[in-house]
Unconditional design. Structure first.
Length: 592
């Protein structure tokens, strides 16, 4: 190999790695006018949509409206450079805003400035966790958030977010809470004090947004109601009648500084940051994956997504951004508006920057009931009724998991809902593997196929001298007692005529040390009763374990078969495929 060839290979390897960690390099060098024609209108649309959304979501988080615009600025640019989805729109979202409010609401702060500092530091802490998970390939963790858990959590959170906006819609001061029943308890006594103008403005905003959504989903309906309501308030003077308005929004770009909190506060914020990092990643990856299916020019990398979201939050926190992730509605609008690459997000960030520099005075008269209407329409669309009904009809165990997550999130708390959902998902998984499906097999008449006798009772030849069982799970410490008991039950049912037991291991992908010991003891016990044990259909990884453990010595190589019909033929005639058995044995003997 020449020196020039070595340099060339190193250069290729370096470029490949660089593109992996900087996905913008995959599309920017070949950026075209056609892509620009899609990205500009999409970026403008999303940027305009983000103005009212960002301010509304900041209100959910308990922050001044301008912090929603700060969160929509830098994180978008960082994700456009590092993210693997080309249509995902990163910024403030309702779910994370509620998590920020519920998490920080349980802590004590001396004033609004300390609260703001904690919210910004939460973005830094959350981003650090996501970055570490990405560097150590922790993308698989999202698998622990099953769809029933996500659906139950999202629907409950959407209800809580929507109801939390009643204070702005009704125009009354209501004590904040992240629990459904407490919100209703706090709202009920204040209904007689509601401001009629606030209610009418908020309901009108909801109606207009809903009508525009039915007409054209990609149209920025929220901007229409924002502009219309500002003009209404300016010329009517209804703010003097008790309708709350946003008021003065600081002009200019956010300050650049590192957020700081005390050590004790870091310990308090850590569990909130962990929950936020997982939920935010789950939101982003689920949206990104759903959009990815509509495009063939890229593929989402979960670990790179973690790194991109992590750095977006870390760098964003330096520019006064609170926790961000991919938004459901914005990403859908971005995709529908024709976004081709991350440049659409950069254009959207430019719109936000121009708004902060020149347009914030225009939002002085923006009524808070309108922001409440924007939030309500956005989050109530996340309430899923169809999926729970499907589970109720076909998967009652998963429906119970969804219902439990929904109720805990609704009545106990947001973070508690996530934790309980994940824990019960794992418990359900353990329960299923502890008592897996076990089938007794028999030959279908006139064939070499062996099927479940319960499903094919009229078509199979059941023999009393041979018991064939298929264990549809790995054999591990959690189900060895079940394996022993079900086998003993079926052996007893066969009676004295039983001469052979065949374990069909096609569905077994692993045998742990406890399972190996139990299997060895079962083989020995059956031999003492003059019943020979056979194993058929074991896949490669399982055969490796059989050969590397004491199982093969107790069983004997002559009683390990590739196919079940070969084991039955051997029992009946003593014949076997010596060449195939030898090849299988040679491929699986442990190295000396």
């Amino acid at each position: 190999m020449t020196h020039a060839t070595s340099i060339s290979r190193f250069g290729f390897y370096f470029c490949t790695k660089l593109k992996k960690f900087l996905p913008i390099l995959n599309w920017l060098p070949t950026y075209s006018k056609a892509q620009l024609k899609g990205d500009i209108p999409a970026g403008l649309t999303v940027g305009i949509l983000l103005i009212p959304q960002g301010m509304a979501y900041a209100m959910i988080a308990g922050l001044p409206p301008e912090f929603g615009l700060y969160a929509a600025l830098v994180p978008q640019i960082i994700y456009a450079i590092l993210g693997t989805s080309r249509q995902l729109s990163v910024g403030p979202v309702a779910m994370d805003s509620l998590l920020v409010a519920s998490g920080l609401g349980a802590l004590k702060f001396s004033g609004i400035d300390d609260y703001i500092s904690a919210a910004i530091f939460l973005a830094l802490l959350m981003g650090g966790i996501q970055l570490l998970l990405g560097l150590f390939r922790g993308g698989f963790l999202v698998n622990f958030l099953s769809k029933p858990v996500i659906s139950g959590f999202t629907s409950a959170a959407a209800l809580i977010i929507g109801l939390s906006q009643l204070k702005h819609l009704l125009g009354v001061d209501i004590e904040r809470s992240s629990r459904f029943h407490e919100i209703l308890q706090n709202v009920w006594p204040k209904i007689p004090l509601l401001n009629t103008y606030s209610v009418l403005i908020g309901l009108a905003g909801i109606a207009v947004i809903m009508l525009f959504k039915k007409w054209r989903k990609s149209f920025p309906a929220s901007l229409v109601v924002v502009v219309g309501s500002i003009l209404l308030m300016y010329f009517s003077g209804l703010h003097s009648e008790g309708v709350q308005i946003v008021g003065e929004i600081p002009k200019g770009l956010p300050e650049v500084h590192l957020p700081s909190v005390s050590y004790d506060q870091i310990l308090d914020l850590l569990p909130i940051a962990v929950a936020l990092s997982l939920v935010a990643f789950m939101e982003a990856i689920s949206i990104g994956k759903s959009i990815e299916h509509q495009h063939e020019d890229y593929q989402i990398n979960p670990n790179q997504e973690l790194r991109a979201l992590g750095l977006a939050n870390i760098i964003g926190s330096i520019f006064s951004a609170y926790p961000t992730t991919g938004g459901f509605s914005r990403s859908a609008v971005n995709n529908q508006a024709g976004a081709k690459t991350g440049m659409a997000s950069i254009f959207a960030a430019i719109v936000i920057a121009l708004t902060l520099l020149f347009l914030t005075p225009l939002f002085y008269y923006l009524p808070k009931p309108i922001l409440a209407s924007v939030i309500m329409v956005a989050v109530f669309g996340l309430i899923d009724i169809k999926y729970p009904l499907q589970l109720l009809a076909k998967r009652k165990d998963e429906f119970l998991l969804l219902a439990l997550t929904f109720l805990v999130t609704l009545f106990v708390g947001i973070i508690a809902g996530i934790i309980v959902g994940i824990l019960f998902s794992l418990l359900l998984l353990v329960y299923r593997t502890a008592k897996p499906h076990v089938a007794e097999l028999a030959r279908i008449k006139g064939t070499e196929y062996f099927k479940n006798v319960d499903r094919f009772s009229e078509d199979v030849e059941v023999r009393n001298d041979i018991l064939i069982i298929r264990f549809d799970s790995q054999l591990y410490f959690g189900n060895t007692e079940f394996f022993k008991s079900i086998l003993a039950e079926k052996v007893t049912a066969k009676g004295d005529a039983l001469k052979a037991v065949i374990l069909n291991a096609e569905s077994m992908n692993y045998i742990d040390s406890t399972g190996a010991i139990v299997l060895i003891n079962v083989i020995k016990e059956l031999k003492r009763k003059d019943i020979q044990f056979y194993i058929s259909g074991a896949i490669g990884p399982t055969r490796d374990i059989i050969y590397k453990s004491e199982i093969i010595k107790t069983l004997g190589e002559d009683y390990l078969f590739v196919k079940t019909h070969e084991a039955v033929r051997f029992i009946d005639t003593g014949e076997k495929d010596v060449e195939m058995q030898g090849r299988v044995a040679r491929q699986n003997k442990p190295e000396k």
